[in-house]
Design a protein around this ligand. Structure first.
Ligand SMILES: [Zn+2]
Length: 349
């Protein structure tokens, strides 16, 4: 008993000398916080829910090797959550580079989401931090932090999951649309130039034959159209803009034909992936028809997307590699020139 009270004195004294505040190491804070709803699962349920590494660290109080965790060096904007229960624990602005090999934070999200408990294991006196909601082991807290809080939450990456901030998510979000407007060499070259377009792939879509090749599609019997699959960032370029370019650079009023290229494989078609894309495609067509932009009505097919087959390698970025070929000079070059003229401000810098 004597030893115990002496020990308590040492703990209290050391935390006082460090200028004890609410969340200083050595104190057990909020351990009975009624605001945090507890999540209790059986051992078996945890095993099913977590990876082996997460289970070892969260449930068996393990420690990952330094500099091996996925969050040691990350600086992305967002929230770090408990990997066991999803409770938000830290935000990116609380994280600092500690050179210790584990993600380090100088504060926690308010609300008593983290419990501090004295840990005497391995012959050391440390303060363990655990998730108040699920009891998962996070790491330890030390009073050697370099910022004004003076503390360092040293957390295992495996104990955390990361949710990027909304702005980050929107900026990185991409959408995909599949368009057919005749020979895909021209279409691919054109869309590659647009700002906000991440990737363009040439291929075949809309037919019945599985794994079609160029020869089969050119025969005009597979039902497939030559298409490009465009991956783009909607916050940089809208689908309406992509379709405006699409309708400017091919003739949407000739059925199954683009200039000298004749056959259903050259049909003008928009394969939509959701109701939103379908609505936008139909609106753009209705507007162009109403404004009589073309002398004849638009015959572009608007159909649900089913499957995209990537074309053979030599078709990808064909124009980029074959600028001097007669076809490219005659058909693609004028379209590229028109694009630069009409859509100058939308092009990649
Ligand atoms: Zn948790």
């Amino acid at each position: 008993m004597k030893f115990r009270s002496l020990f308590l004195y040492v703990v209290l004294f050391s935390s006082c000398s460090a200028g004890a505040q609410k969340n200083k190491p050595g104190q057990t804070t909020y351990s009975n916080n009624k605001n945090v709803q507890k999540m209790e699962l059986s051992d078996q349920e945890w095993k099913e829910r977590l990876t082996d590494e997460q289970y070892y660290i969260l449930r068996e109080k393990g420690t990952e090797r330094p500099f091996t965790g996925k969050f040691v060096f990350t600086k992305d904007k967002g929230t770090y959550k408990c990997a066991g229960c999803g409770e938000p624990l830290f935000t990116d602005d609380m994280k600092f580079e500690s050179h210790c090999g584990w993600p380090s934070f100088d504060k926690e999200i308010a609300g008593g989401k983290i419990i501090q408990t004295q840990d005497l294991s391995h012959g050391m006196v440390r303060t363990e931090i655990t998730c108040a909601k699920c009891g998962g082991h996070l790491g330890h807290i030390f009073d050697d932090g370099p910022t004004e809080t003076g503390v360092r939450y040293c957390v295992n990456s495996a104990s955390l999951s990361f949710e990027p901030a909304e702005a980050e998510r929107t900026a990185n979000a991409t959408d995909t649309i599949t368009l057919g407007g005749g020979c895909f060499w021209c279409i691919e070259a054109i869309f590659e130039e647009l700002d906000g377009v991440v990737d363009v792939r040439s291929g075949y879509s809309g037919g019945t034959l599985t794994n079609p090749n160029y020869k089969a599609v050119c025969s005009g019997t597979t039902g497939h159209a030559e298409v490009v699959e465009i991956t783009y960032k909607p916050d940089v370029i809208r689908l309406e803009d992509l379709l405006e370019v699409f309708f400017t650079l091919h003739d949407p009023t000739t059925l199954n034909r683009q200039g000298a290229d004749v056959g259903t494989q050259y049909r003008s078609v928009i394969f939509y992936r959701n109701d939103g894309q379908e609505r936008i495609a139909k609106n753009v067509i209705a507007t162009l028809n109403a404004e009589k932009v073309f002398p004849n009505p638009i015959v572009t097919q608007v159909a649900p997307f089913t499957r995209f087959y990537e074309a053979e390698n030599y078709h990808q970025e064909y124009y980029g590699y074959h600028k001097e070929e007669p076809y490219c000079k005659m058909v693609i070059k004028p379209k590229m020139d028109k694009l630069r003229k009409v859509f100058g401000e939308k092009l990649k810098k």
